[in-house]
Design a protein around this ligand. Structure first.
Ligand SMILES: Cc1cc2nc3c(=O)[nH]c(=O)nc-3n(C[C@H](O)[C@H](O)[C@H](O)COP(=O)(O)OP(=O)(O)OC[C@H]3O[C@@H](n4cnc5c(N)ncnc54)[C@H](O)[C@@H]3O)c2cc1C
Length: 476
């Protein structure tokens, strides 16, 4: 092959000579991969098995210089670009068809400063990488609930998890970041430096450049936290969810409970006769004095007739991985999500009705409790505007066999449609699928205009468009 065909930004392709590409690769400390490279298929594979895109070139960056080279090269040739952190995004936006993929997955260093209680984190880190290093010093910051998720994409959309009611979103704990902008320059952003860009990346996704390093504030957490699961039979779903609503309404910030409706997986603590049957799972977490936490959680544990209760002290880093076995990479996944301020009886009826017709054994309906510190930050202090949502619903269809694609996506869409009248209208940008480009306004609400304006200043040519795209100039 004497040329490589690459997809261009505005559509169409350009032919790059082999010499050009070899010259470019010679300037990298990392590696360049083409469709002929032995590891190519592995490198283009992301968490969601529905995504099957084929970049023409993949650059596995070793450091900031590689990222600057890659961005300059893409811009010079007007190439379609995507940026891969942990590869977890449901929309698969880390991978582009026919373009250049900037792969950061080998940039995984974490440096903890235990005195200042801060962390410097490279963008290829998973949540597990980060927790491993921070917990060595008894520290943590709020991140998500599946430890194989990339910290970069999670942070750039907002980021919430077990610690968020106490310490806010991940972006509320971001102190600064280094970013390679579309003109291939490195800038450090913080509240005192490029404050507009710092604002934009705290929820505005990968629209503004490639983040090469994140600096987070840390908090003393663990090493053990009171946490675990309470599993109820599905026949009690309505009563359990009504009690869940009442109980979560007055919880202190240290406590959080998520509800999951699904078919019971074969967990060792569940009697075998329940495996594969619909259940309601309450996942509980308390960060603080364990005896106080026990008293806070006791009424929930005393309610109804649970099949199992495995709440107790667990290592924080272990609890952060508790859901990993149910969320492994490679399965086919389709999500629909929206936010709720309250869970009315009518909303619960819809939820329970759809949970009684789950299309596959792995499909879940997740109700994540937020509020607390998340709600004390102003709607416009960061691009993430959903500060008044108390619950985030994620309709998570998940299956193995491509022949079930229509069945599973239709179920998720119908559930989303029927629960919409009870929802707030907003959506967390990191839960959007690739087809939901029309929900950008719902993701950013009153912050979209400002994001568009900043995008226009830093990336007027929309080089960074393989994401939930904020188009420069559309609203300006
Ligand atoms: C199983 C599962 C559980 C989840 N749980 C939670 C949860 O509890 N809480 C939560 O908040 N979210 C959760 N998420 C959503 C998660 O935050 C997003 O999927 C996020 O995009 C993942 O980040 P990543 O780096 O792995 O993504 P990638 O797929 O690698 O990247 C997604 C996009 O982020 C951008 N990006 C990534 N890295 C960079 C960078 N360095 N610079 C610029 N742009 C970049 C790019 O636009 C890219 O297209 C979950 C996702 C999954 C699949």
């Amino acid at each position: 092959m004497s040329t490589y065909a690459l997809r261009m930004l505005g559509g169409g392709t350009t032919e790059l000579s082999k010499k050009d590409v070899i010259q470019f690769a010679a300037n990298l400390r990392g590696e360049l991969f083409t469709p002929d490279s032995p590891d190519y298929d592995q490198l283009r594979t992301v968490w969601n098995g529905m995504v099957n895109r084929k970049p023409a070139l993949i650059i596995r960056c070793a450091g900031v210089a590689d990222i600057m080279h890659a961005v300059a090269f893409a811009r010079r040739h007007r190439l379609l670009v995507s940026v891969r952190g942990g590869g977890h995004n449901i929309a698969g936006s880390a991978v582009c068809d026919g373009g250049l993929m900037i792969d950061l997955s080998h940039m995984r260093s974490v440096r903890i400063d235990p005195l200042r209680k801060t962390a410097r984190v490279e963008p290829g880190c998973t949540l597990a990488d980060f927790d491993h290093e921070a917990q060595a010093f008894g520290l943590a910051t709020p991140v998500g609930i599946n430890s194989t998720t990339g910290i970069a994409g999670l942070t750039l959309g907002g980021g919430f998890g077990w610690l968020s009611r106490k310490y806010g979103l991940t972006v509320d704990n971001l102190l600064s970041a280094d970013i390679v902008t579309a003109d291939s320059q490195l800038v450090t952003v913080s509240k005192d430096s490029h404050a507009d860009l710092f604002w934009a990346i705290r929820g505005g996704g990968g629209n503004f450049g490639v983040i090469t390093s994140f600096e987070y504030e840390l908090h003393p957490v663990g090493p053990e936290v009171l946490s675990g699961l309470i599993v109820h039979p599905f026949q009690d779903a309505k009563k359990v969810m009504q009690f869940y609503r009442q109980f979560t309404a007055s919880l202190p910030d240290e406590a959080v409970v998520w509800a999951v409706l699904r078919k019971a997986p074969p967990l060792p603590f569940l009697p075998q006769e329940w495996h594969g049957k619909e259940v309601v799972v309450l996942a509980v977490f308390y960060e603080g004095d364990a005896s106080v936490g026990k008293a806070v959680l006791d009424p929930l544990r005393a309610f109804g007739n649970p099949i199992a209760d495995v709440v107790g002290p667990h290592p924080y880093a272990g609890w952060q991985q508790a859901f990993d076995p149910l969320l492994t990479a490679g399965a086919r996944n389709y999500w629909k999500s929206h936010n709720f301020s309250e869970l009315s009886d009518e909303a619960l009826d819809v939820l329970i009705d759809y949970a009684s017709q789950l299309p596959s054994p792995h499909t879940e309906i997740f109700v994540a409790q937020v509020g607390g510190q998340v709600s004390r930050v102003g709607k416009q202090e960061t691009p993430y505007p959903h500060r008044d949502a108390n619950y985030i619903l994620n309709v998570h269809a998940r299956w193995e066999d491509p022949s079930e694609d229509d069945l599973c996506t239709a179920w998720a869409r119908a559930f989303f449609r029927d629960s919409t009248p009870f929802a707030m209208g907003g959506v967390y940008v990191n839960f959007l699928t690739q087809e939901e480009t029309d929900r950008i306004q719902a993701a950013y609400g009153p912050n979209l205009d400002r994001l568009v304006e900043i995008k226009g200043r830093y990336d007027a040519g929309n080089l960074f468009r393989s994401n939930q795209n904020i188009k420069p100039g559309t609203f300006a």
